[in-house]
Design a protein around this ligand. Sequence first.
Ligand code: HEM
Length: 143
Amino acid sequence: MAVDVELVRKNFHAISPKVDEVMETFFATLFLRYPDVALLFDGVNMQQQHRMLANVLVFVVENLDAMEIASGTLEEMGRRHINYGAEPEHYPAMGECLLHALATVTGEDWNDELESQWAEVYAAISASMIRGAEKATETSATS
Ligand code: HEM
């Protein structure tokens, strides 16, 4: 299924002024539901983390109609995430918490369509990041 670019952009622009709330809800949900994954953020500057994650979302939403361009950057990010201790099985937890945060901040305008479109967007992000990590592991295994 292709992403409904306009729908996702419209929602993202509507909640952009509340991006801090999205990030706070996202990490609060992650810490509550997935304390094991949250442990990996120990010692990380969370203000900075909020900003960097928000920037990735802006970047992805801007490039929704050119995900092949965004995928190189996301692969690089995934490669760096090996050093942060991120494993492929952590990605669904992050996605669940992100969708929960988007839904919470969107409020009554949230619906099944937005849920499935954002799930699609996150699936593309995580697939690229995991691919980047895998490529890096393969390269280091063969060199
Ligand atoms: C799958 C589980 C994930 C874990 C455990 C994780 C963990 C971390 C950690 C520990 C850092 C390091 C911060 C520091 O040392 O200052 C980091 C950085 C970062 N994370 Fe994640 N992350 C995950 C997934 C994601 C996803 C899905 C995104 C984007 C949608 C993302 C975006 C970023 C960005 C933009 C940075 C800044 C540094 C960089 O780009 O390398 N992370 N992450």
